[in-house]
Design a protein around this ligand. Structure first.
Ligand SMILES: Cc1cc2nc3c(=O)[nH]c(=O)nc-3n(C[C@H](O)[C@H](O)[C@H](O)COP(=O)(O)O)c2cc1C
Length: 157
């Protein structure tokens, strides 16, 4: 069986933890998106940088993670919830690949806002893809909640 790919961007590692948990449970490949200029680890500075980029719909250049995805039929796409939407590096990835015909499964971590608009925004960007209902985790993912969700969607991946 073909492996699935788990692609993610993470600033403070919550989304990274969730990505690794998913990749382990589905035996998938994993890929981190790294933008040319990463955001500040100072929360208030990051908020300003991110707000500015999201308002401009800016798609930063990726220095890692942007390799071809031709070999994958199923791609999990993970992002922190940033102002209810996906992080700009995730938008960069989506816009630079032809994901039509592929199964796309969004996942996010958040601070209380759940998916916000993330699933809708990803579905809007991937109009030719099959979108499977993803998982939104508040903070750090527990393996059991990830397993329960994977069991629910396993026939679709
Ligand atoms: C710039 C910025 C904007 C954020 N906006 C939201 C938000 O709108 N809703 C929410 O629930 N959490 C928000 N958060 C919290 C993050 O989604 C949450 O801490 C997430 O787990 C961080 O993922 P990471 O550790 O992979 O970077 C925001 C955090 C940052 C830094």
């Amino acid at each position: 069986m073909k492996k699935a790919l788990v692609v993610y961007y993470s600033l403070f590692q919550n989304t990274m933890n969730l990505a690794f948990e998913i990749a382990e449970q589905i035996d998938g490949d994993i890929r981190e998106l790294i933008p040319e200029n990463n955001y500040s680890f100072d929360y208030n500075t990051a908020v300003k940088e991110v707000r500015n980029q999201i308002e401009r719909r800016f798609c930063p250049e990726l220095i890692s993670g942007n390799e071809s995805v031709e070999d994958y039929d199923t791609i999990f796409i993970g992002t922190p919830n940033w102002f209810k939407t996906m992080a700009p590096p995730v938008m960069s990835f989506i816009r630079q690949h032809d994901l039509s015909g592929k199964t796309i499964i969004p996942f996010c971590t958040h601070g209380g806002g759940g998916f916000g608009q993330i699933e809708n925004d990803i579905a809007g960007e991937c109009s030719g893809s099959i979108i499977v209902h993803g998982i939104a985790v508040n903070g750090i993912a527990q393996p059991e909640e990830v397993k329960k969700w994977i069991d629910d969607i396993r026939d679709k991946i």
